[in-house]
Every structure is written in C-alpha cells, then in structure tokens.
Design a binder for this molecule. Sequence first.
Ligand SMILES: Cc1cc2nc3c(=O)[nH]c(=O)nc-3n(C[C@H](O)[C@H](O)[C@H](O)COP(=O)(O)OP(=O)(O)OC[C@H]3O[C@@H](n4cnc5c(N)ncnc54)[C@H](O)[C@@H]3O)c2cc1C
Length: 323
Amino acid sequence: MQSFSFTQAKTVDGAVAQGARYVAGGTTLIDLMKLDVETPRQVVDINLLPLDHVETAPDGGLKIGALVRNSDLANHPEVKTRYTVLSEALLSGASPQLRNMATTGGNLLQRTRCYYFRDTNYACNKRQPGSGCSAQDGFNRIHAVLGGSEQCVATHPSDMAVAMMALEAVVHTHGVKGERTIPLNEFYLLPGSTPDKENVLEPEELITYVTLPALAAGMKSHYLKLRDRAQYEFALASVAVVAQVDGGRVQRVRIAMGGVGTKPWRSREAEAVLEGKAANERNFRAAAEAALRDAKPLRYNGFKIELAKQAMVRTLTVATKSA
Ligand SMILES: Cc1cc2nc3c(=O)[nH]c(=O)nc-3n(C[C@H](O)[C@H](O)[C@H](O)COP(=O)(O)OP(=O)(O)OC[C@H]3O[C@@H](n4cnc5c(N)ncnc54)[C@H](O)[C@@H]3O)c2cc1C
C-alpha cells in the first residue's frame, strides 16, 4: 500500500474543503488500497459527520444520511414495512459484519468486482485509462450484457443501488460549488470511452443524504438476487420491482436490474410494456424480453440474459401477488 496522509473531518464544509478521498466504512476503499488499485495521497475520515440518521420527510418520504450503516437501514422499521425492496436488497448483500460497517454513501460508490480491475497485473481502462480491457477476451462470466463498450464491460455490484433505482431515489451532495440534488437515474455514467468516470460527482463532492419519495398507497415491492451461492456473493442477475396493481392491472411499475448492466439498470422498456396491462405471466415475460432486447453477450456470460429474464418474471409475480 502506498503512503498517504489521514485526517478526520468534523463538519461537512471541513471535509469538502480538504478536497481529498473520503473514507466511510472503508470496506471498498481500504481493500482497494491494499491491492494498490486505489492510491489516494490524502484520505479524510468522514465518520464523525452528523449524517447517520434516517428521518421521515414531511411528504412521507425518507431522508437517509450518507453514513447510515447498511444493517441499520435494512432493519429500520419504515424501510422494512414500506420500502421492503430496499431492506431485501441490503440484506442480500455481503455479510452481517460488512453490513455493520458499510454506509449508504459508500455503497452507492463501491467499485466493480471485475477481476481485471482488482488485479494490477492486468490491463484495465477503468483503473488505468488507455491500457485496454482484459475482460473483452478474458474470462467474462460475471460481466455486463447491457451498457458495455469496447473499453469496459464491468458491472456495478451494488444491490442497494438497484432497489434505490426502482424507488426513484435522489442523491444529495455538498461540494465546493454548493449543494446539488441528483436523481439516482442520472447519477451513474455508462463507460463509453471513459470507464474511469463512473458517476457525475466532482472529485471533492460529498454525498450527504439520499431521499426516497413517498410511495403511493398500495405500492408493493420485492428484490430477487440470483448468484452462485446463497450468501456472501454478488449478483449474477437481480431485479427490483415496485408496483401498484389495481383490479388485476398494473397501474404503475418501476423495474431495475443488477448484475447485468455496467450501472444499476432501470428498465423503462419493461415498465412501458407492463403499465396498464393485466398482471399475468405472459405480460411479465413480454416485459422481460423488452428489458433484455439490447443485451450483448460476451463469450462466457450469455447465460445471464435468460437468467435475468426469469428473475424478472419471478420478481414481478411475487411483487404483484402481494399488491
Ligand atoms: C467480501 C465482500 C462482499 C460484498 N458483497 C456485496 C454484495 O453482495 N452486494 C453489495 O451490494 N455489496 C457488497 N459488498 C460491497 C459493500 O457493500 C461495499 O464495500 C460497501 O457498501 C461500501 O461502503 P463503505 O462505507 O464501506 O465505503 P468506503 O469503502 O468507505 O467508500 C467507498 C467509496 O465511496 C467513497 N465515499 C464513501 N462515502 C462517501 C460520501 N458520503 N461521499 C462521497 N464519497 C464517499 C469513498 O471515497 C470510496 O471511493 C461486498 C464487499 C466485500 C468486501
């Protein structure tokens, strides 16, 4: 690990002024520093900032501090009862110990689990722009079938972000130019020719909160994650659904996928197929076909396309049954 300076911030302004790399739970950043994948010169610990609360907003939505731990968020009564999809997604991730450390802000900004990104012996455009993409002709079983480019096919690994995408979360930040709000759907970038740039944040911009809009009465939700083993494993395909069904018809639906895209993937194509239609398996399958229509398999990951379709049918079935 390269040497670096370490300070602790006590205020949001103080943290931002230092313009350094933030560390929250450290479960991504410290790992990557040990591997020499991340080599920040200056690290600012933000754990003393007063951003560790979940509050109900006046409009009935939820305001989640960036330092709220994944375990606390998953087990928060409002999240368990009203935002079930989020609780399920969080509890499907990592291990209890990791969830006790991992934070809301850090989870959104965790880096890909692509083996070639995490191993400095291999070329990786995300780690070292212009060096090449070892995954294109390598063992690309865990890689993306949606949103990839010749420069990068790494997936975004967060489960929480997939649920938040379906819940239409908004990210609140504080930077040198002041505060901003960014819909999560506009937060992540496709890799294109600059896979090292993963989101719209400025280098010193601090995530302070994430807000979730209130859910209309009768909205139900579900998260399903498919992976190589039942625990402690990242998604090969996952689906988050938030739906309102009335008289057997889908009135509103929000669908997002994990494990298949280069960013947490909201599927407006699937939503468009379903809205106003009967909540039945034929229509769920049509939605899944629409969601994966543009999928581009690599040598080893073609199986993800059918896996994601079946995951979507299953998640829609469960979410609309409970609605
Ligand atoms: C073995 C293992 C298994 C895992 N399995 C899963 C899984 O199945 N599903 C899943 O979703 N995740 C999984 N994870 C990832 C884990 O969820 C993330 O490591 C964690 O959520 C990151 O949060 P953190 O607070 O520890 O982030 P940190 O490591 O502290 O930070 C991560 C990044 O975010 C930046 N950052 C942190 N907070 C802020 C902020 N407020 N504003 C701006 N920048 C910030 C840091 O600078 C850094 O770049 C796993 C991790 C491990 C090690």
